[in-house]
Structures are given as structure tokens and as C-alpha cells.
Write a new protein. Structure first.
Length: 248
């Protein structure tokens, strides 16, 4: 069964796409992980890695709209190094439309030919169509930067009763060192840090090669996160309507 992990931020550009890509790349298993770039503001991966946006998020959404289900595996592309990606359109309007469509249909991600489908949901505003996708994921990862103003804003969001917090892990991206002060500012437990690592960030953007990326700090941290998530129990959800008279 494919695990689904929703990765998102609450503002700024703290590193959601980078953490999501690294997480999918290092997830334990025999087959490559998949990054589904379901960011309603538009994607980065197609530009970073110079790949077309189709097959990708738009073709997946179109297949879902046609009805009869869709095979998400058919809407991915292989990146060198093993990661597979379903890239979003680069601009906001078409990306938002595709994410909205995906949110309206139960996506059969759990039966993909991959150990994990990491959903890059970008910035999770209150009106983001990606909220529907967080609610259905097995795990949620909130990426924050250590900027104090952002942490204060994140604190308010986390206190809101509508915040989708099922199996949530808060990850600090960038900087270095312990996360004790960040936990204090956020008022909420922090899983840990994916440290500042410019070379790995450039590698993910397709701007440089690295001989052994798994030895770099960014990938080591992503690996720890992947291990902790993959070891956690999941609460599998039933999407199909229940027969009359049967209560969940
Ligand atoms: N750990 C890191 N160390 C150094 N640079 C990083 C790290 N993580 C991300 N970056 C860089 O920071 C920038 C923003 O990262 P990224 O695009 O992953 O963030 P995002 O939250 O997805 O942003 P957006 O809102 O644009 O989708 C990119 O140039 C990326 O390469
Ligand atoms: Mg991004």
C-alpha cells in the first residue's frame, strides 16, 4: 500500500518542494517514491528539472474529470536518480484548477506502484483547494522557516480548530542547530530540522551533480523523517460512501 504524505507551509517559501522531493527520493522501499506537485500557486519542478508538465498534474486531473477513475502512475515522469514526479503547471491559474479537481475526487494514490506519494501542497491558505488533499493523506508535514514572524503566524494557524492536524509533524527547513527555541515560539512540538544545505538544494533544482547525495545533511535529515513516518501506524480511511444504515 502506498503511503501518502501531505507537505505544506503556512507562508513564505520555507522549502516545501525541496523537503517533499527529498522525502520521496529517500523513502525506504524497492521502488522509487513519487512527488505529486499539487501546489495551487504553480509548480517549480518542471522549471527546475527542465521537463514538460505533461504527463503530470493536469493530465491526472483531466483523467479524473472524465470519470471512471484514473491511474496516477500514468501521470508521472522519471527524474534522473530515480524519483518520479507528477509536475504541476508552472502558473497559478491552471495549477489551482487541477488541484481543485483532484480535491473533488477520491484520488487512488494508495494503490500506486510506489512506496510513497508525497503531495507538495505549497502554502495551505484557509481557502486553498489543497486542504481537501491534506485531510485524506496518511501523514501531514508542516514546513516552517525559523523566522520569528513566520513562527508567530504559524502558531495562530495551529491553534485554529479547523487546522488539519492529523498525524502532523512540524519540520524546520534551513538554519542549523537544535529546535528548542523554535518549539517555544511555535508553542507546539517540532519534529526536527532539515538544515541549510545549499549544495543539496542546488542538486534538487538540477543545477549541480552530487556523487553521494545520501551523505549530505539535507538528505540525511529527510531520511530520518522518512523512517519516522514510514514506521508510524496509519489510520486507513474509507472514501466510498457506506451503504444505507451503516455508520462509520
Ligand atoms: N535546506 C535548504 N538549504 C538551502 N536552500 C534551500 C533548502 N531548502 C530549500 N532551499 C532553497 O530555498 C528556495 C525555496 O525552496 P522551495 O522552493 O523548496 O520552497 P517552497 O516552500 O516550495 O517555495 P514556493 O512557495 O515557491 O513553492 C529554493 O531556491 C530552494 O532551492
Ligand atoms: Mg514549492
Amino acid at each position: 500500500m502506498t503511503r501518502t504524505v501531505a507537505v505544506f507551509s503556512l507562508g513564505g517559501a520555507p522549502g516545501v518542494t525541496s523537503v517533499g522531493m527529498a522525502l520521496a527520493a529517500v523513502w525506504p522501499g524497492d521502488a522509487p517514491g513519487v512527488l505529486v506537485e499539487a501546489d495551487p500557486s504553480g509548480g517549480a519542478v518542471a522549471v527546475w528539472r527542465r521537463i514538460p508538465t505533461e504527463p503530470g498534474l493536469t493530465s491526472l486531473a483531466a483523467a479524473m474529470r472524465r470519470g471512471g477513475g484514473a491511474d496516477p502512475d500514468a501521470h508521472t515522469q522519471d527524474l534522473p536518480g530515480g524519483l518520479r514526479v507528477s509536475a504541476a503547471p508552472v502558473t497559478g491559474d491552471p495549477a489551482e484548477g487541477a488541484v481543485r479537481l483532484l480535491g473533488q475526487h477520491p484520488l487512488p494514490l494508495s494503490s500506486m506502484a510506489a512506496p510513497v506519494a508525497v503531495l507538495d501542497l505549497g502554502r495551505l491558505t484557509p481557502s486553498s483547494p489543497a486542504r481537501a488533499l491534506v485531510a485524506r493523506a496518511d501523514h501531514a508535514v508542516l514546513v516552517v522557516s525559523e523566522r520569528l514572524t513566520e513562527l508567530r503566524r504559524a502558531r495562530e494557524h495551529l491553534l485554529s480548530p479547523s487546522f488539519p492536524a492529523r498525524d502532523l509533524r512540524v519540520v524546520v527547513c534551513g538554519g542549523k542547530g537544535g529546535v528548542g527555541e523554535i518549539t517555544g515560539a511555535l508553542g507546539s512540538a517540532v519534529w526536527g530540522r532539515v538544515p541549510e544545505d545549499r549544495r543539496s538544494a542546488e542538486f534538487l533544482r538540477g543545477e549541480r551533480d552530487i556523487a553521494r547525495p545520501q551523505r549530505r545533511p539535507l538528505f540525511k535529515a529527510a531520511h530520518r523523517l522518512a523512517r519516522s513516518l514510514s514506521a508510524a501506524a496509519t489510520e486507513h480511511m474509507v472514501y466510498a460512501p457506506l451503504p444505507p444504515g451503516v455508520n462509520a
